[in-house]
Each structure stands twice: as structure tokens, then as C-alpha cells.
Design a protein around this ligand. Structure first.
Ligand SMILES: [Zn+2]
Length: 261
């Protein structure tokens, strides 16, 4: 096992309109990256989210249904998380954890794809994904995460800051608002220092800088306060902040096979 590294991947992009990402922005075409992450930790491989399910590469409409009229996946088969890890020489059996920021359709590509993995998610998110409200239902593809034989670890409300390996290297930060059980991640690397993966608690730098609300959310007040919570954490830790779907910020990061250590 190699020393701890953070690899940034993407399952292509989603084509949508600007207002889907920034509330009340225009109807012009917009294209956002769909990031996911691999952490190589001395105690095992950890996948975060996994992007879109690989089925989106061949027939997104069959897999996602009508929501593809709003968010259209553009991805290649080799961008699927299993395929991308295999290309790096990592077998699916060797992934120890799949961590979920939340269970929206562009964050469940890894769910059930790694046979020995424990899938970690907030209980609140799992329960909501199983019975979402009408306005959020299109964002959850139940067949991605309601699969037989998965090992789940559910985090309850009193487990904010959950420390995956007990060594402070990977922590869950509860950031509801975008989704009821959304989590961001604080990853502590030796050379780079702390990295804050905001995921969809901040879609873009506009959202991070409190200049725009996201185009989709479950609770406006919670979404705003989660950004403020992450601001405080970033100030305290001096973390490098990575937003969830920012087409301008995303290209500035190192992408796999390059990595942060
Ligand atoms: Zn997302």
C-alpha cells in the first residue's frame, strides 16, 4: 500500500443551463464537471462518491430517465470509477470504503461497485433518498443505491466530524442544505496539508463566496449556514477548498493520475 494520496477524477460533465447551478442565473448553456475522489490510505483504498454510474456512458436516458432533459451526462465508459481505478492497477475487491457526500445521481457511481467496501453515508440522507419529496425525487436514482448485499455504515446526527480511520486523516463534516444529509470531507495530507472537499455544499466559487445560491437545494437556510460552517473550518485549518461542480475552478486542480500527497 502506497502512502496517503488524494487523486481527483471526473466522470465527464453534465450539460445543463446556468440557472441549474446558480439560482436565478440565465438560461444559457452551461457544462459542469462531475468530480469524484480516491484516497490511498495505508489502511486501504477509499473512494468518495464515484461520480455518475457508468451506465450513463452508454445510455444515460435509460438509466436516469427524464432528468436527462435537465442534466445531460457526457461521459466515456473509461471514466466510470471502476474502470478508472482498474486502469491504475486497483482491483474492485481492494477498495475498503465508499464514502458518500450524499446520494444524488451524480454521486452514486461507486455505490455497490466494490464488493468488499463498506458504504458510509449519513442515515438522514439514506432515509431521505428512499422517500424524497416530489421536487427532489428526480435527483435520486434508487437502483444505484438500493441494491442487495451492500454493507452500509450509517452516521447519525451525533457523529458530526466522524473520523474514518481514527487518525484524523479523513473526516466527515455534516453540511446539510443541498441535500438533507449532505457531508463534506476534510482530508489531511502530509505535504499539501488539509484539503476541504466541499462537494455540493458549495457548487461553485460564487456559492462559496456568498454571491449566489445554488440552482438546486433542499433547504436554503441550511445551505447558507453550511457554507458558513465550512468557512470557519477553512479559516481554522487553512485548508485548500475544492468546490463541487465549478467549471472554472476544477481545471486548476491536479487531476489523476497526478495527485496530492
Ligand atoms: Zn453533484
Amino acid at each position: 500500500m502506497k502512502p496517503m494520496r488524494l487523486y481527483m477524477f471526473q466522470t465527464g460533465t453534465l450539460q445543463c443551463r446556468r440557472c441549474n447551478i446558480s439560482m436565478n442565473a440565465g438560461l444559457e448553456d452551461y457544462e459542469i464537471p462531475v468530480p469524484w475522489y480516491l484516497i490511498t490510505h495505508p489502511r486501504g483504498y477509499v473512494v468518495i462518491d464515484g461520480g455518475c454510474a457508468v451506465e450513463c456512458a452508454s445510455d444515460a436516458e435509460a438509466h436516469w430517465g427524464a432528468i436527462t432533459q435537465v442534466y445531460r451526462p457526457v461521459m466515456r465508459e473509461e471514466e466510470g470509477c471502476v474502470q478508472a481505478l482498474e486502469a491504475m492497477g486497483i482491483a474492485p475487491e481492494d477498495v475498503r470504503y465508499v464514502l458518500h457526500s450524499h446520494l444524488h445521481l451524480d454521486h452514486t457511481g461507486a455505490t455497490g461497485r466494490f464488493p468488499n467496501a463498506v458504504h458510509v453515508v449519513r442515515r438522514r440522507e439514506y432515509e431521505y433518498a428512499m422517500a424524497p419529496d416530489w421536487f427532489a425525487a428526480g435527483g435520486y436514482i434508487r437502483k444505484d443505491f438500493d441494491r442487495p448485499g451492500l454493507t452500509w455504515q450509517f452516521l447519525d446526527d451525533n457523529e458530526d466530524g466522524h473520523d474514518l480511520f481514527g487518525d484524523g486523516s479523513i473526516r466527515f463534516i455534516y453540511t446539510p442544505g443541498h441535500a438533507p444529509g449532505h457531508a463534506s470531507f476534510l482530508v489531511d495530507l502530509e505535504e499539501t496539508g488539509p484539503v476541504l472537499l466541499a462537494v455540493d455544499a458549495a457548487y461553485t466559487m460564487d456559492h462559496w463566496n456568498e454571491k449566489a445560491l445554488p440552482g438546486f437545494l433542499a433547504s436554503t437556510v441550511e445551505a447558507v449556514r453550511s457554507v458558513q460552517k465550512l468557512h470557519a473550518l477553512a479559516r481554522k485549518t487553512q485548508a485548500m477548498v475544492v468546490t463541487g461542480h465549478d467549471p472554472e475552478a476544477w481545471p486548476t486542480f491536479r487531476h489523476a493520475p497526478d495527485y496530492y500527497s
